[in-house]
Ligand binder design. Sequence first.
Ligand SMILES: [Zn+2]
Length: 93
Amino acid sequence: MIVKCSYCGFEQFVKDCKFDRLYREEYETAILVFCDRTCCDSSQVPISKGYIKSLMWLGGWSLVRLMTTEEYKAMKRAKQILEAGLAQMDTDS
Ligand SMILES: [Zn+2]
């Protein structure tokens, strides 16, 4: 399996069995893949709503992939708690 960086085009070979076991699932939902070279620092890349950045994927690589339903729900819940907390602060003051 050849994994290719979406940003600079750098390619890395990973054994299929290892790739299937550890990386394929995430890779197939990924919209962007970044290699571990400093030119491809994904921390500067803005991500759209509904996507999540997965760091240290394949060693130093990272990727941007669709959120799973569970992750989406968890994020939504966290946001609701935060908003409820802010609303509480409003009424207190
Ligand atoms: Zn790259």
